[in-house]
Write a protein that binds this ligand. Structure first.
Ligand code: ZN
Length: 275
């Protein structure tokens, strides 16, 4: 499932491919990708250029040169591919957006695209918490906001309210990096644990973005970066495999009806303080 690092990686990489090039064709294989008719969508897109790429949580947002926004919400199996000329993506595309010689292919049967005004976009993203990389989210802000929340760490991280963009994979990896069990109640965390949690969140998301996230589909031919963080994940979906730190076998637990992966030797109720 694409989470913040995957989408931020796309945002950083896509600019060189598609900015400032007029859209000259749109092909929709799946009409459920959009909420208007294909004719309306195509008419609204063709001839426009993209001025800027933005990310809010896990939404990728294209700023069109007529002031409108195109929001892309990738589904669990969603991915993007930039092809040039005859170069085809390694997946069945749901949507294709052409920029002359180049084409942006969008995968994922549940992926959706929405053409929005600035106000319409605000309505979509207003329920999201702040992005963890905005200036507002300082360590002090994070700890203060965390103290106001109740519930399991796993659910709080994936809830999109404390900060936006974290899903199951990075919630588990952040909890591991912080030395905290996914099931701990955030209201019971002490100041040291909360501070370590912020550091873990910042470190894991930054490292994952720089390593290209975890989507196993290249973004373009010759792409060697995308998916590079997959080999660095420590616990997510690694049940039964030895922890790279302690050698203990990674386990799976149920947290509010969701699976969470953790190391029974490295993760605690509070972040341990080693002296
Ligand atoms: Zn361990």
């Amino acid at each position: 499932m694409p989470e913040l690092p995957e989408i931020e990686h796309y945002r950083r990489q896509l600019g060189q491919w598609i900015l400032d090039r007029p859209i000259d064709r749109v092909h929709l294989a799946n009409p459920r990708s959009i909420d208007v008719t294909a004719e309306e969508f195509t008419a609204a897109m063709e001839g426009k250029s993209l001025l800027f790429l933005e990310r809010r949580g896990t939404f990728l947002i294209f700023h069109l040169d007529n002031g409108h926004r195109l929001l892309i919400a990738l589904s669990k199996d969603g991915a993007l591919y930039c092809g040039e000329g005859e170069d085809q993506p390694p997946f069945t595309a749901q949507v294709e957006i052409g920029f002359g010689e180049r084409t942006l292919y969008i995968a994922g049967r549940g992926s959706v695209l929405r053409l929005l005004t600035v106000r319409g976009l605000d309505d979509v993203v207003k329920t999201l918490g702040p992005d963890p990389f905005t200036r507002v989210v300082t360590p002090e802000y994070f700890v203060t906001q965390l103290k106001k929340r109740r519930g399991a760490l796993r659910s709080t991280l994936t809830g999109q309210k404390l900060v936006a963009g974290i899903g199951p994979r990075y919630a588990d990896e952040i909890a591991f990096a912080a030395g905290l069990l996914p099931s701990v109640k955030v209201q019971e965390l002490n100041g040291e644990s909360a501070a370590r949690l912020y550091d873990a969140l910042d470190h894991i998301l930054t490292a994952a973005i720089e390593a290209g996230g975890c989507i196993q589909v290249p973004l373009y031919a010759e792409d060697k970066l995308t998916g590079g963080y997959l080999s660095q994940c420590r616990v997510y979906e690694k049940e039964g495999q030895p922890c790279t730190d302690s050698g203990a076998l990674v386990e799976k637990m149920d947290v509010s009806g969701k699976k969470a992966y953790y190391c029974p030797q490295c993760q605690y109720e509070q972040t341990p303080v080693f002296s």
